[in-house]
Design a binder for this molecule. Structure first.
Ligand code: BG6
Length: 469
């Protein structure tokens, strides 16, 4: 069957700053937060590899960007590394070499017929601001972020018309301070929620500044809610469990950014559990006034939940799992390398929910992709990775998305994660995501994968063939 997207819908890809760029030309004191995660917990990073070299996009971008165009990438979302961009975070003194680098990347994208889209942060909070102020938990850091944002808008707003404030603002507070999963491996819920609130304030502040600086442009935030599915929607206990999960994992960034307020149930639970952050009337007014124009939705897998069955001990720090259990659905389809479920239908359900509950805001799938280990085994005689699994993964997700678009949801893009193989947090180069291979055994040599040809054909015709869903 042939699937076709309407005019204006574009295929693109994502490049995560620190995961690709590498740290060439940075001073030792210009570290970002993921560098701290690596430096302090290196033995748990795959083969000890980390963000220092990454894919060295910094040194290869003039070679990489033409390859991105050959892979059909028409829009490219990447981000500024805040820790690289400024020499002095307190006084917003720009590092001119870094500023020139981002400017050159933007020009190179445009010269190659790719629309640049900029994000202000993919977790690259400067280490100094983490160490001195505990990052986004501090209102001073919120101010510094706002000043950084203004500077970035002024530097690149002439050529970049679509901006995002954060990529996945939930991830660091959740995995580092709530779940204790990534360094510094804390279980400090109140701190995690202070970080979340700080990032929500940063988005509102950046939107406010954006309206003054670039009134013709569009600004949004990129979230990864995830999409929550109850074990049995007709069972009230499962439905209630899903509603609590939704209030913690889907709603906080979605509701504040698009509807201009926090979900009440989320605030009520935080109050009850004594982990509430400081929410002033001024904060509420700022959030209400500065909602976004566009939403970026990263989607990898759903979150399945069921009513609480395991015991909960109140002497441990609060966690949303006090109210629900994760549901390991028998028979679910898996990406065995990443250990993530493959469930493309969520893109349709997400689109319909955004249409229904979020005034059908403009949105894009800002990340979706499949990480696969040992991809060299799929090389043909010419040494090209035959990643048919990736083609199938993309096609199936696009098929469900096209159904949502056909039913009136306002999605106008799908950006694959990722343009090029890159350094995942902790998994480093274990799972490969790119349309472009980075061969670490051959001095970071780049080669297009088979999926690049498929993606180009789909991007140029805005259509593709796939089985009926
Ligand atoms: C997204 C992030 O959540 O998932 C990326 O924005 C990340 O930074 C991607 O790389 C894939 O996850 P992972 O852990 O396999 O790299």
């Amino acid at each position: 069957m042939k699937y076709t997207f309407p005019e204006g819908f574009k295929l693109g890809a994502t490049g995560a700053g620190w995961q690709m760029e590498g740290e060439t030309d940075k001073r030792p004191d210009q570290k970002h937060f993921p560098h701290l995660m690596w430096e302090n917990d290196r033995e748990n990073w795959y083969l000890g590899l980390g963000p220092d070299v990454a894919s060295d996009f910094y040194g290869h971008f003039r070679e990489d960007i033409p390859m991105f165009r050959k892979a059909g990438i028409l829009q490219y979302r990447f981000n500024i590394d805040w820790s690289r961009f400024l020499d002095d975070y307190e006084n917003v003194v720009v590092n001119e070499k870094a500023a020139q680098y981002y400017s050159d990347v933007i020009d190179c994208l445009i010269e190659n017929g790719i629309e640049p889209v900029l994000c202000l942060e993919h977790w690259e909070l400067p280490a100094a601001l983490y160490e001195k102020y505990d990052g986004y938990a501090s209102r001073h850091v919120v101010d510094l972020y706002a000043r950084y944002a203004r500077e970035a808008f002024r530097r690149y707003g002439d050529r970049v018309k679509t901006w995002f404030t954060f990529n996945e603002p939930m991830v660091i507070p959740e995995l580092c301070f709530l779940n204790g999963f990534w360094w510094p491996k804390e279980h400090q819920p109140a701190r995690a929620f202070r970080w979340i609130h700080g990032k929500i304030l940063c988005t509102a502040r950046a939107v406010e500044i954006f309206r003054q600086e670039l009134p013709e442009g569009k600004i949004g935030v990129i979230v990864n809610p995830p999409y929550i599915i109850p074990r049995d929607a007709n069972n009230p206990a499962d439905a209630e469990a899903a509603d609590v999960a939704d209030n913690f994992y889907w709603r906080p960034f979605m509701d504040t950014a698009i509807l201009g307020h926090y979900p009440q149930k989320f605030l009520d639970i935080l109050q009850r559990e004594n982990v509430m952050f400081d929410l002033t009337e001024e904060d509420k007014a700022l959030i209400a006034k500065n909602t976004v124009d566009i939403l970026g939705m990263n989607y990898y897998q759903p979150m399945r939940v069921k009513a609480k069955e395991t015991p909960w001990d109140d002497s441990q720090p609060f966690h949303p799992n006090k109210y629900f259990d994760n549901y390991d659905m028998p028979g679910k389809r898996m990406n065995p390398y990443r250990g993530w479920e493959i469930y493309p239908r969520s893109l349709y359900d997400i689109g319909m929910r955004i249409k229904r509950e979020y005034h059908n805001i403009d949105w894009v799938v800002s990340e979706s992709g499949m990480g696969v280990q040992n991809e060299e085994q799929y090389k043909n005689a010419e040494g090209i990775i035959q990643d048919t699994y990736r083609i199938e993964f993309i096609a199936e997700h696009l098929a469900w998305l096209s159904k949502a678009v056909a039913e009136g949801c306002n999605c106008h893009g799908y950006w694959l994660f990722a343009s090029i193989d890159n350094c995942s947090p902790y998994n480093t180069f274990k799972n490969r995501y790119g349309l472009v291979e980075v061969d670490r055994k051959q001095n970071l040599k780049r080669r297009l994968k088979a999926s690049a040809d498929w993606y180009r054909a789909a991007a140029e015709s805005n259509s593709f063939d796939f089985k009926e869903i």
